[in-house]
Write a protein that binds this ligand. Structure first.
Ligand code: FNR
Length: 185
């Protein structure tokens, strides 16, 4: 059975390591998973005053795209031991209006990617706190903390150049595939 996975990348940077890791996961994932990166950079900041009969069209489009997905993959850097504001904003936008969260019940997985050794652990777990509240069943194992991203990705091709990391990402994608199947049936 095939499943559509919405991918939210927490970095807007053109050469983002997180985006490259998101691409690498899609490249090695089982054929039954179709990944689509959903842009979050143009979402107006969440403001409840805009939650009228005609909210910003970017919000509506974003909500529709998440709603159409079977699962959500979060790939995020760590900013000051948490997730970047742009990702938190996307989560807030998708979670409202109250009672109509497009995230509710969707299986999810979290990957944190960093140039440093701590591998975005703080962001990874801060994000998991929100996902509990959003009622998203999150893949627990394998945990995915991708450290030292600068040396894992080939500068000219933009692809993962480390066999062990590629193998890990393949195993992670397979586990996510099974997890989605278990939750969605
Ligand atoms: C960072 N960075 C960072 N790294 C980290 O390991 N822990 C942290 O708390 C922070 N904090 C932080 C704050 C801000 C405002 C910036 C801009 C950066 C470094 C960050 O992880 C690094 O720039 C990554 O490469 C960002 O991911 P992308 O853009 O390559 O996907």
């Amino acid at each position: 059975m095939s499943h559509k996975v919405a991918v939210l990348v927490g970095s807007l940077r053109k050469d983002s390591f997180n985006r490259k890791i998101a691409d690498a996961i899609a490249a090695v994932a089982p054929a039954g998973l179709a990944f689509e990166q959903i842009p979050i950079g143009d979402l107006p900041f969440y403001n409840q005053d805009l939650e009228t009969d005609s909210p910003p069209k970017q919000w509506t489009e974003f909500r529709q795209r998440i709603k159409a997905a079977d699962a959500v993959l979060f790939v995020t850097p760590e900013y000051n031991r948490s997730v970047p504001a742009v990702l938190k904003n996307a989560i807030d936008v998708g979670s409202r209006p109250y009672g109509k969260s497009v995230f509710d019940g969707k299986p999810a997985a979290v990957v944190s990617v960093s140039m440093g050794n701590i591998a975005g652990f703080g962001a990874n777990h801060h994000l998991r706190q929100s996902l509990v509240f959003l009622n998203m069943p999150v893949l627990q194992q394998p945990e995915a903390y991708i450290a030292n991203a600068g040396s894992l990705i080939n500068e000219s091709t933009g692809k993962v150049q480390n066999d062990a990391t590629e193998k890990f990402l393949r195993g992670f994608a397979e586990a996510f595939d099974k997890w989605i199947g278990k939750i969605r049936g």
